[in-house]
Design a protein around this ligand. Structure first.
Ligand code: HEM
Length: 422
């Protein structure tokens, strides 16, 4: 199938809209997707991409689509990944419950939920604190360092590996696979050939590796998620090996890349706003609500997609059954109709329980609401606590740090900073 050129200029489209689209969906606009998102939002609630997908720009419409099962995350698979078929999925991009609907979604999500109860997450706090302190100490020893390499990746990587049951000798390998798969969440037609190949290699590598680990856990179960899942299967729940492996992979990739990206882009926001860091030092109770504000500003998952399960009207457009839509989380989270001064970093935004700010869409809404949200927020909160306690001056050493080309799961390539002990 020939890939349409994503930059093809449709003759009847406003050039300003097309430029904004190119920035929003192209690899060059990664540093600031919010300005083009604003251009689109102010021009209207719905637009058509040059390859023929409708995109929603406003909070209200995005939230409405995510909240209801009138829209499915299963049937739009062909929209983002037209080169992947159900037959080739295991080799190309494993389809887990993230792309399923009830009853399969419920059945599989419930299994993983067993490994993510609030009690289990709270129990992880001491380990997250210990690891974060080690990472921050190492960074302080270096003085000047890449925050992505020293903290943003190792923190969620090690926690996710310990939780799922991946041993330390495999950390480097699963980190690479995870990055290759995260890149592969972008639209197939926007990916260079080598990224598609790397995605397939990562899928096969992950499948084979997790198959080996699961076989081992069936014989010698421990208290990790792989053991829980392998035992569930043994109790006779309907769960194919393919589903089980895809579930492990999605949970791993979804948890690792996204949290690393939040740490990177969230810290960049704070380092650019020393006043907000001072406010956190003066009012430490704000640390617990700051991760939500950082994720609102910098959603690691920038866009998602859905398909209509029945004829339905959104933003004035009549969607037919099966028609897809792109939900711009990055635009919705910066919509002035939903948030006061939406582009401003305000660590007090989520601090008043009597007058709560609107829920951001960084963890989605509805049945696919992020399973790992409490864990991700806890990791970011602990990191802020440890940084405020151990670090004095924090300096940004590069004004324009490079971003990875990823559009869907967006994050920094590196972030050079200088830290001095408190
Ligand atoms: C800052 C970090 C994170 C962000 C921004 C994030 C974001 C999201 C979003 C937006 C979705 C829904 C996608 C959609 O509706 O199309 C999602 C789903 C999911 N996330 Fe996260 N996530 C994060 C961390 C984690 C962690 C730490 C884990 C687990 C270790 C995790 C596991 C999952 C799983 C399993 C799903 C699929 C849920 C379902 O389909 O029912 N995530 N996440």
């Amino acid at each position: 199938m020939a890939a349409p050129d994503v930059n093809t200029v449709a003759a009847d489209q406003d050039p300003a809209i097309l430029t904004a689209m190119a920035q929003l969906f192209g690899p060059d606009g990664r540093a600031d997707p919010y300005t083009p998102a604003r251009v689109l939002r102010e021009a209207g609630p719905i637009h058509m991409t040059p390859i023929g997908h409708h995109v929603l720009t406003r909070y209200e419409d995005c939230a409405a689509v995510l909240s209801t099962t009138a829209w499915s995350h299963a049937e739009e698979a062909g929209m983002m990944h037209p080169t992947v078929t159900p037959e080739t999925a295991a080799d190309e991009l494993p389809t887990s419950f993230l792309w399923m609907e009830p009853p399969d979604h419920t059945r599989l999500r419930n299994l993983v939920t067993k490994g993510f109860t609030p009690r289990m997450v709270t129990r992880l706090r001491p380990r997250i604190e210990e690891l974060t302190e080690q990472l921050v100490d190492k960074a302080l020893e270096a003085g000047e360092f890449d925050l992505i390499e020293f903290i943003a990746y190792p923190l969620p990587l090690i926690i996710a590996c310990e939780l799922i049951g991946v041993p330390p000798e495999a950390y480097e390998q699963v980190h690479q696979w995870s990055q290759d798969l995260a890149r592969g969440f972008d639209h197939d037609y926007t990916l260079p050939e080598e990224s598609l190949k790397a995605r397939s290699a990562a899928s096969r590598g992950f499948m084979n590796y997790f198959r080996e680990l699961l076989n081992e856990r069936r014989v010698n179960p421990t208290d990790d998620l792989l053991s829980v899942l392998s035992q569930v299967e043994d109790r006779g729940d309907v769960l194919t090996e393919q589903e089980l492996l895809a579930t492990c992979i999605t949970t791993f990739v979804a948890g690792h890349e996204t949290t690393a990206n939040l740490v990177g882009t969230g810290m960049l926001r704070l380092l650019r706003e020393p006043g907000q860091v001072e406010l956190l030092r003066a009012r430490p109770e704000l640390v617990a609500v700051t991760p939500d504000e950082l994720l609102r500003l910098e959603p690691s998952v920038q866009i998602t997609t859905r398909a209509a399960t029945r004829p339905i009207t959104v933003a004035g457009h009549d969607f037919e059954k099966g028609e897809g839509v792109v939900v711009l989380i990055n635009s919705a989270n910066h919509d002035d109709a939903a948030f006061t001064n939406p582009d401003r970093t305000d660590v007090t935004r989520y601090s008043d329980p009597k007058n709560p700010a609107k829920k951001h869409l960084g963890f989605s809404l509805g049945i696919h609401y992020c399973l790992g949200a409490p864990l991700a927020l806890l990791e970011m909160e602990v990191l802020l606590e440890v940084l405020l306690r151990k670090v004095g001056a924090m300096e940004l050493l590069s004004e324009n740090p490079p971003f990875k080309p990823n559009v869907v799961i967006r994050g920094l390539e590196s972030l050079q900073v200088g830290f001095k002990p408190a």
